[in-house]
Design a protein around this ligand. Structure first.
Ligand code: GMT
Length: 380
């Protein structure tokens, strides 16, 4: 198949999923064309079977707001025609589904067919989509899509409840490549890499996000501070975003800054995550929690919150721990108890990896997208 993919190419879960999907589809022999304003950050540009088409947005003096969604629609239609795309898959409803709808209409006028799939990721529904200025157009984009998928049951239900959409929504959970995200088996290699952040007798906690308010990075630092009061420990903060300076300030205020490592945005998080003992994801909302899945695949269980689709991934007490949003004391106590009980921690680490392998591996999930495309293409 020739598949077009549009996503937000910068750091963010939906762009990660879209990019990883493109990589997996290309590995299965499909031809994948990314259409976006910049190359998705997890692509090198050298992958076989993957092509990238930039969307140029001209900024005329008359435009106070350059119309990216229109430029995107034009480029989608061009790429679909020139490269004979069979289907277009857009990630994040706004504005991508509406641009795809326009592209489909432009091509239909010329007798060409371009069905499109919209994958809902989270804030496109729960935050941006609920903003009254975007709600009607988001709803219309979903209704007009040839196919709609969501990355959790939770998100599917929220979409139907809040938007009253009638277009069937297929749940295809997020996935991880379990060969790329895996524990470091060579103990010597792991110890050497881990030594950059923690001594062998210290626990290493990790956090990975885009440091937006919804991630509650201050809770990560506060919970870690309580852990560090109880035992020798270090914290690895991966990512960057608006709340990084708040987290840094808090680390200084709590006088733990010498034990908190802010490493910023990283391209190969699969090399850092397996160094941790536990991951902290105290988010206010996660429609899935891809960062926790990536961590679990590396055999690092996550301490998360009872929100959104997280319980579809984390089975409290089995492959991770769940707490109420803001329950920093509970999270810290849970982490301390686990870190002090190595047998239980080991069992949980194995369970986390097993969940990723058995339920969320790319080899299991990606074929579901392929089947879905085939079903849509076969439909009249
Ligand atoms: O919150 C983010 O990190 C970005 C956001 C996005 O849409 O790019 O993430 C959403 O999509 C991810 C991938 O499907 C999910 O794993 C995240 O849970 C979801 N974030 C929220 O719902 C807040």
């Amino acid at each position: 198949m020739r598949i077009g993919i549009t996503c937000y190419p910068t750091y963010g879960g939906s762009g990660v999923v879209a990019t990883e999907l493109g990589i997996e589809l290309a590995a299965l022999g499909h031809e994948v064309h990314f259409i976006s304003y910049s190359q998705p950050f997890r692509l090198t540009g050298r992958e076989t079977g993957i092509f990238y088409h930039e969307v140029p947005v001209s900024n005329y003096p008359l435009f106070e707001f350059p119309p990216y969604d229109l430029a995107l629609a034009s480029r989608m239609a061009e790429v679909a025609e020139y490269y004979h795309l069979d289907i277009l898959h857009v990630h994040y409803a706004i504005p991508h589904s509406v641009s795809a709808l326009l592209a489909r209409q432009m091509l239909a006028e010329r007798g060409k067919r371009l069905p499109f799939v919209t994958t809902l990721h989270g804030t496109d529904i729960t935050l941006v989509g609920m903003d009254h200025s975007y709600l009607p157009i988001t709803r219309y984009g979903i209704q007009q899509s040839d196919g709609v998928t969501s990355i959790s049951n939770y998100l599917r239900e929220v979409t139907i409840a809040n938007f009253g959409t009638t277009r069937p929504i297929e749940v295809v959970h997020n996935f991880v490549n379990c060969d790329v995200y895996q524990p470091i088996r060579d103990e010597e290699h792991r110890a050497a890499a881990r030594a950059k952040f923690a001594r062998p007798d210290e626990a290493l906690l990790v956090h990975l996000s885009n440091f937006r308010p919804v991630k509650r990075v201050a809770d990560v630092v506060r919970a870690f501070s309580l852990v560090a009061d109880a035992m020798p420990a270090q914290l690895l903060m991966i990512g960057d975003g608006p709340d990084r300076s708040t987290a840094e300030w808090l680390a200084h205020t709590l006088n733990i800054h010498d034990r908190v490592h802010f490493v910023g945005k990283q391209d190969r998080v699969n090399e850092l995550l397996p160094l941790g003992d536990l991951m902290l994801m105290p988010s206010e909302m996660e429609s899935f929690g891809l960062a926790a899945l990536e961590s679990m695949a590396c055999q690092v269980p996550a301490i998360g919150t009872w929100v959104g689709g997280v319980p579809e991934l984390i089975d409290d007490g089995e492959n991770g721990l769940l707490y109420k949003v803001g329950d920093v004391d509970g999270m810290a106590a849970g982490a301390i108890a686990l870190l002090q009980d190595r047998t239980r921690l080991e069992a949980m680490r194995r369970a986390a990896r097993k969940t990723a392998q058995d339920r969320f591996c790319a080899t299991r999930i990606v074929p579901r997208y392929v089947e879905y495309y085939e079903r849509l293409l076969a439909a009249k």
